[in-house]
Structure formats: C-alpha cells, structure tokens
Design a protein around this ligand. Structure first.
Ligand code: SF4
Length: 344
C-alpha cells in the first residue's frame, strides 16, 4: 500500500477521532427516501444491506451511481462492468437504481482546452436532464494528480461530488419530505476519513431556505466498521461482490484509478492494454505523470500483475454482469483484506 494515507496511531497514542467519540445517529425509519451513493464497492453495498437490515422499506431506497467515463463512448478509466453490476444488485434487492454523469466523462475534462467543464446529466422525472456546462473557459490537459487536495485530484469532484450535488439541488423531488443520503466511508481507511462526522446535515441541505426547503441528512453508517464487519454483512446476504475484488483488487475504484499501486498498474496493463497504453501515451503528451515521480509504465514495470482468474477478467471487462448476484456457498474474494489503494 503506497498511496493511501492509512490511519495508524502510534503505539500508546491517545487518539480521539470522530470514529471513537460518541456520535449522534439518525432515527433511521423516519425518512421519506434513502439515497445510497453506490459505487458498486463493498462499503456502499454494506450501507445498502444495513438499511435493509434496519427494516427500511425497499420502495424508499434508491442507489445512485456516478458513471465516471460518462455515456458518450469513453472507456479510459472505469471498469466496463460496473454499470451493469449496479443494476443487477438493485434489481436483485428490489430497490431503484439511478445514474448521473459528467458529459464526456473524465476523459473530456482531462482533454479540455479553452472550453468549459462539460454539463452534468442527472435523473429528472422519468428521464434525464442536462444541467450546468456554462462555466468559465479553461484548459486542463493533464491527468488528476495523486494528492489529497481535491483541486489537484480533480477527478472525484468533477465526476462524483459535483454530479451528486447537482442532482440534489436540481431535482425538485428533494424539496419534498426528508432525505437520508448514505455514503460508505470508514474511519480505518485513512486519517482524514477517521475525522468525518457520522451523521450531519448534507452539504446540499436547505432546511431553513426562505423560498423553498430541502431537508437532506448525510449518514455514514459503516464509519466505525472494520473491513471484517463489511465482509460479514455481504456474506450474510450471500452477495457476489464487484468483480474487481475477485481479480485481487482490495478496493473497487476506477479500473485505472490514479491511486493504483504498482501491482495494480501491472494488472491493468495486462487486462486492459488498450486503456493502459492510451494513459501512458497521454502522460508523455502532457509531460506530466499521474504519480508525481513515476510514469504508469515505470510503476507497472515495478509491480507484479495479480494472478487473476480469466473468468473474472472477462466479466470485469464486459458491459454485462453475467455472474449470479447471490452465491451459495459464499466465497471471500481474493482482494479482501488486500491492497486498499484509493482516494483518501
Ligand atoms: S476511483 Fe480513483 S481515478 Fe476514479 S475518481 Fe476516484 S480517485 Fe479518481
């Protein structure tokens, strides 16, 4: 693990974080709708399963996923199967699935040259609506950089955080009743995540608005959970986790996540050579690499590809999740408790 900022207190240190202090929890059953920010990864899956175990009405639950490559043809960053996997989970568990995306995905933003950041496509009524896209002209022509600073590591804000905020603030359904937004950050993932609050008004909340109100709370139900607890709830429900875990990835990030370890870049080169070569070629063109000191080629050369099962490589690289959603006997995927490189 070379990029994550692991939370490892020094021996004997008296550390008090949001994970260890007593924190308020929501009255879980009192909301009109529940929106789970669903990456397809194990922690957001645990949030969904926890909601169901709390007895929340499935008709009130919506999984929402951000398509980081958009829907306009780019395949540079994400696992092709993720959209289908998310849909399969939602269908199997009887909850609603919705998507949003930045038009053109991360690749368009990366190549931006004297143009505005693209608009965002959000769910609206029975269809979709395109909002924004009228910001100042600017030039990017570089990859997101490995950094905890979101202005440099712009992929999270462009493809996820801003898309979600625009959905919340532009869809009038959030002005009706009370909404609980669930996200899967866990304290043990990083020092900064350890300091997140477990329950607070969401950043899009406007419960005291003058002209209209939006009551939106944010809850991190698995914040204090260990990875063991996350896998236990998934095992309890006998659910097949995202194919990335079966390949050996410890986190379900983008396939070409900027935080990839050396072994992960070596694996990406092996299982997605076209995308890997495009990234290597863009690094040369931009004259700035994703990782501050090494190119993706240097990182892949220093790593060892995971010994991945061809069955799972094919599914992970497919647009259709063709494996069963429920498996019995349930098997812990090989990526569990492994390298968990990812955004902090
Ligand atoms: S998973 Fe990695 S590459 Fe994808 S948006 Fe997050 S930090 Fe960026």
């Amino acid at each position: 693990m070379d990029d994550l900022d692991p939370y490892i207190p020094e021996a004997g240190a008296n550390v008090e974080t949001q994970a260890t202090v007593e924190q308020p929890e929501p009255d879980v059953l009192e909301y009109d709708r529940y929106v789970v920010a669903f990456s397809g990864g194990k922690d957001s899956l645990a949030c969904l399963l926890h909601l169901l175990e709390c007895g929340v009405d499935r008709n009130k639950i919506e999984l929402h996923h951000h398509l980081v490559d958009g829907r306009e043809g780019s395949t540079l960053f994400d696992w092709p199967v993720t959209e289908s996997y998310c849909e399969a989970i939602a269908t199997a568990l009887g909850v609603t699935m919705t998507f949003s995306h930045r038009v053109g995905g991360l690749e368009r933003e990366m190549l931006r040259e004297n143009t505005s950041t693209a608009p965002v496509c959000i769910p609206f009524g029975d269809g979709y609506k395109v909002v924004g896209g009228d910001g100042p002209l600017g030039t990017r022509r570089k990859f997101p950089q490995v950094s905890a600073n979101l202005s440099v590591r712009w992929c999270s804000s462009v493809a996820k955080i801003d898309c979600f905020a625009r959905y919340m603030t532009n869809n009038p359904k959030f002005r009706e009743g009370k909404t609980l937004v669930l996200t899967g950050e866990r304290a043990e993932e990083s020092k900064s995540r350890a300091n997140y609050k477990r329950f607070e008004p969401h950043r899009s909340d406007l419960r005291n608005g003058r002209d209209y109100q939006r009551h939106i709370d944010a809850w991190r139900p698995v914040h204090a959970w260990s990875e063991q607890q996350v896998w236990e709830i998934i095992k309890r429900w006998r659910i097949t986790s995202h194919p990335a875990y079966y390949l050996g990835f410890g986190r379900c990030s983008c396939r070409s996540c900027i935080f990839g370890s050396k072994d992960q870049w070596a694996t990406v080169r092996e299982i997605a050579p076209d995308q890997f070569n495009q990234i290597a070629s863009r690094e040369r063109e931009f004259k700035i690499t994703i990782h501050r000191s090494e190119s993706v080629i240097e990182r892949a050369n220093a790593g060892t590809p995971y010994d991945s099962d061809p069955f799972w490589i094919e599914i992970a690289n497919s647009r259709t999740f063709s494996a069963p959603v429920f498996i019995d006997p349930w098997v812990l995927p090989k990526g569990a408790f492994g390298e968990s490189c990812g955004p902090t």
